[in-house]
Design a protein around this ligand. Structure first.
Ligand SMILES: NC(=O)C1=CN([C@@H]2O[C@H](COP(=O)(O)OP(=O)(O)OC[C@H]3O[C@@H](n4cnc5c(N)ncnc54)[C@H](OP(=O)(O)O)[C@@H]3O)[C@@H](O)[C@H]2O)[C@@H](O)CC1
Ligand SMILES: Nc1ncnc2c1ncn2[C@@H]1O[C@H](COP(=O)(O)OP(=O)(O)O)[C@@H](O)[C@H]1O
Ligand SMILES: [K+]
Length: 545
């Protein structure tokens, strides 16, 4: 499990160690800077690049973040790298600057109008100079930032971003990314590697911040035992091995978990085909489908394992949508259209509410929510659907608002609805109404394809049915990872997102990490994602013994 903290929490954890008599702050900074320098050396080696003789430029702000960057550059200078520092605020951490110059580093000053001198340069000139170097260290702003880059520093970063430097390493966080929330104050220099100190900052695991950070590497500095509970958590593939359900020896199809699905319509038949298929391949003991006969024919043609339970409210006899078979969990919403399917969806949600069953509430069914939902309902909106959902609750926000502050709005939606909310995106966030949040980002961008969300809904529905099935008790596995019982639904949501992402990446032939590093991968279809699930699942749990 990866834990993430606010920058404020990390700073607070440092406080007891900052006793001036023991110069604890300097010790912490040395550890951070050593870790940063070592990470740069490893990265260059991994790229097959010699570091002796290579050039590194550090963009250094006037705070401790700049201090970290300057000390790290001084270590790199001592290992034979050519080092340049660009002081973005005209001044810098005194001891770090002294160490840097003593190690032979060249100091340039970003001209902000008042700094014109022989070693001063304007944003355009310095951007060209930085872009010519092998490595740029972004050490302008860290956890002490208020807002984003301004003035000449903003101009320098914007110009440098255009020039696409070869390797950007962010010191603690990319400057302009809010360490607590992942909100971004543009411009930001995209990093390929972010080396972060003491604790991973939550802003590195939430978009849009995560999108600027590249690979994140944690450098321990001795404050770890002083950190509070994390604000954000992410399951690793090893965690998934422990959390994915497996049938007992005497399992039968009913004990494995039965999922009821209300999805699709004549207009959007594919949503039913995809979500039912994904649920079946994700281990549900049985899937009962309710919807129009014409859609059911297509569902069964692709997935003969599913059971058609009739057309419900849309049926020729107008039987009112009574649900014939028992289910342990529900999936309601993908591709709904027309009065009959909407009526079926309403009935299914009412049955779930009465029966206390968990439910995935997706797409069209998000418009049918009661005022207050139970926490075992998992709402699965994308940013546009979340903005509409909040809008219906008289909280007018645009899709762009949600995209720029996803962590804030997913928490708000969970708090407001009482449900668990899974906000889909490149990084998907799952918020429990308790306030706990999980973040997963295994999927590669090839997965941004129509129907991909329907597949996720099917995977999640199947997991809910299996974990809610009679005799299934997976609380132990979640508790062993420190997940509180009330956050189990959000954790299950995160497991589904992770599985979906890994399946999509397998189908595409590229992991997220490799995609971010520049590897290509290929297009995937939604059905292709579903079809990769069982292989990926088997591979994950193969390491369980
Ligand atoms: N504590 C420790 O020992 C350890 C800390 N560590 C490191 O310290 C970092 C935090 O350092 P920090 O607190 O000095 O803040 P930092 O992010 O460098 O910037 C603040 C400076 O910039 C200024 N400023 C603020 N906003 C601005 C803006 N928008 N645009 C322009 N300027 C702005 C602000 O000045 P002010 O505006 O207040 O005059 C202030 O001077 C942390 O990320 C980690 O790297 C590690 O070494 C581990 C040990
Ligand atoms: N850039 C991306 N990288 C990785 N996954 C993505 C990206 N964009 C979208 N996804 C994933 O693709 C799915 C799209 O879901 P959704 O928007 O509901 O599509 P649809 O309604 O067509 O099924 C979500 O699971 C989302 O997390
Ligand atoms: K930084």
């Amino acid at each position: 499990m990866i834990s993430a903290f606010t920058g404020t929490d990390v700073r607070a954890a440092e406080q007891p160690l900052l006793d001036p008599r023991s110069d604890g702050g300097a010790v912490l900074m040395q550890r951070a800077a050593h870790g940063l320098a070592a990470a740069i050396v490893s990265e260059l080696r991994a790229r097959g690049q010699r570091f002796a003789g290579s050039g590194v430029t550090v963009l250094a702000g006037k705070g401790n973040n700049g201090g970290d960057g300057l000390f790290a550059a001084s270590f790199l200078a001592r290992r034979g790298m050519r080092t340049t520092a660009v002081l973005t605020a005209g001044s810098a951490h005194t001891e770090a600057l002294a160490a840097f110059t003593a190690a032979g580093g060249r100091v340039l000053i970003l001209d902000s109008g008042s700094n014109a001198g022989s070693n001063a340069g304007n944003a355009e000139e310095l951007a060209v100079l930085c872009a010519g170097d092998d490595v740029v260290i972004d050490a302008v702003l860290g956890t002490g930032a208020r807002g984003g880059l301004r003035g000449a520093a903003a101009e320098l970063v914007a110009a440098l971003q255009e020039l696409r430097p070869r390797l950007v390493v962010a010191c603690d966080v990319p400057s302009g990314v809010d360490a607590d929330t992942g909100e971004v104050h543009w411009p930001v220099l995209d990093a390929q590697l972010t080396v972060t100190f003491g604790g991973i900052k939550a802003g590195l695991l939430a978009d849009p911040g995560e999108g600027c950070a590249g690979r994140v590497q944690l450098v321990p500095i001795g404050i770890e035992s002083l950190l509070p509970a994390p604000v954000l958590r992410r399951f690793s593939t090893a965690d998934l091995a422990a959390l994915l359900p497996s049938p007992g020896r005497r399992a039968h199809k009913y004990s494995r978990g039965v999922l009821g699905v209300v999805a699709g319509s004549e207009k959007y038949a594919g949503a039913a085909v995809l979500s039912v298929h994904a649920a079946v391949v994700s281990g549900a003991g049985m899937v009962r489908y309710l919807g129009p006969a014409a859609v059911a024919r297509q569902v069964l043609a692709r997935t003969p394992e599913a059971l058609w339970e009739g057309a419900g409210a849309e049926g020729a006899n107008g039987s009112g949508g009574a649900w014939p078979g028992r289910v342990q969990a529900w999936l309601v919403g993908p591709g709904l259209d027309g009065a009959g399917q909407l009526e079926n969806a309403r009935d299914a949600l009412a049955a779930a509410l009465d029966g206390g069953q968990p439910a995935v509430v997706d797409a069209g069914a998000l418009e049918l929510l009661p005022d207050r939902c139970p926490p075992h309902w998992i709402l699965t909106p994308h940013a546009g659907e979340l903005s509409a959902l909040l809008g219906r609750s008289e909280m007018p926000v645009t899709r762009e608002d949600v995209e720029s502050r996803p962590l804030h709005f997913v928490r708000l939606a969970a708090e407001h609805t009482g449900a668990t909310v899974l906000l889909k995106g490149a990084t998907t966030l799952v918020a429990s109404p308790s306030g706990a949040v999980f973040s997963q980002s295994e999927g590669c961008p090839w997965m941004a394809t129509a129907g991909s969300g329907d597949v996720l809904a099917g995977i999640l529905g199947a997991l809910l049915a299996q974990c809610a099935g009679p005799g299934m008790d997976d609380d132990g596995a979640f508790a062993a990872l420190g997940v509180a019982p009330e956050d189990r639904w959000a954790a299950l949501g995160a497991v589904a997102v992770s599985l979906h992402g890994l399946a999509g990446s397998a189908a595409s032939g590229v992991s997220r990490a490799r995609f971010d590093a520049g590897a290509g991968g290929g297009p995937v279809t939604a059905l292709g994602i579903a079809d990769a699930v069982s292989g990926v699942w088997a591979q994950i749990v193969a390491d369980r013994l």
